[in-house]
Ligand binder design. Structure first.
Ligand SMILES: NC(=O)c1ccc[n+]([C@@H]2O[C@H](COP(=O)([O-])OP(=O)(O)OC[C@H]3O[C@@H](n4cnc5c(N)ncnc54)[C@H](OP(=O)(O)O)[C@@H]3O)[C@@H](O)[C@H]2O)c1
Length: 252
């Protein structure tokens, strides 16, 4: 990877020590970007930086919703690389399964804080630090759960729907300098989604027209596209990356 010529661009990717965020980091480093990744666990983050290439990747540990962490992550990116062209808001949480009728509202607050407010907080900071004057792109990792009702993960779905509207608001507000888009994946094989397919992957994959569950590089490719010149006339959109599972919604 380190033999790849630098693109001159810099990306900040939240929650990227494993899973989808790591897949996005791999895709962006492979095309020559320098990257700052975040995550809560310092050891895992350090290992990810080493694996991606410490000559062009830095890690800043912290919780995505923590405003001080947001400020430090953006400042460290600017110090290390002198710019922050792209922001990928990937860190997300879903601590509960079940109906929302009796859900503890403090849990809902926590979900919104991590999935929605942190994305807005990071976007405000990269906008003021670099993007407002110099341009760039923001990609929010939402979910197909934000596009329709999802039994058992309702509060998560509501937060991802908010993230999709946040994408539209920011796209309108930050145009024409910065493009803002979202990606809505279906089940991607990561620790986060393990409970949805572990021990029954073939059965879970059978409902996908493309015959398999997603892998982090599927989302990495989409994020690379949305942060490239190939998508220069696309903003405010949500790209569904779902192996075709939404095609099943019709009757018959
Ligand atoms: N996997 C799926 O099927 C799927 C589908 C649709 C959407 N998504 C979305 O994709 C995003 C990534 O999910 P994933 O499946 O890749 O999860 P994952 O495998 O659990 O990875 C999550 C990453 O984010 C970090 N992280 C978690 N909570 C954080 C926090 N509060 N602050 C900072 N970093 C945090 C984790 O490291 P630490 O634990 O060390 O913090 C890890 O690096 C989420 O927004 C999720 O909602 C996932």
């Amino acid at each position: 990877m380190t033999s790849v010529e630098l693109s001159g661009k810099v990306a900040l990717i939240t929650g990227a020590s494993r899973g989808i965020g790591y897949g996005v980091a791999e895709a962006l480093v492979a095309r020559g970007d320098r990257v700052c990744i975040t995550g809560r666990n310092e050891d895992t983050l350090k290992a990810a930086v080493e694996a991606l290439g410490a000559d062009r990747v830095i890690g800043v540990a912290g919780k995505a919703h923590d405003e001080e962490h947001q400020a430090v992550a953006v400042a460290r990116t600017m110090e290390a690389f002198g710019r922050v062209d792209h922001l990928v808001n990937n860190a997300g949480t879903n601590p509960v399964f079940g109906a929302i009728a009796d859900l503890d509202l403090n849990v809902v607050r926590k979900i919104f804080e991590t999935n929605v407010l942190s994305a807005l907080g990071f976007a405000q900071r990269t906008w003021h630090a670099w993007q407002k004057e110099n341009g760039g792109a923001i990609v929010n990792i939402a979910s197909v759960a934000g596009l329709s009702a999802s039994p058992f993960i309702g509060a998560y779905g509501v937060s991802k729907a908010a993230m999709i509207n946040l994408t539209q608001q920011l796209a309108h507000e930050f145009a024409p300098t910065v493009r803002v888009n979202a990606i809505a994946p279906a089940v991607v094989k990561t620790k986060f989604a393990q409970a949805l397919y572990e021990g029954r992957e073939a059965e879970a994959a059978a409902s996908y027209p493309l015959g398999r569950l997603g892998v982090p590089s599927d989302v990495g490719g989409a994020a690379a596209f949305l942060t490239s010149e190939q998508s220069d006339w696309i903003t405010g959109q949500t790209l569904v990356v779902d192996g075709g599972i939404f095609l099943n919604a019709g009757v018959g």
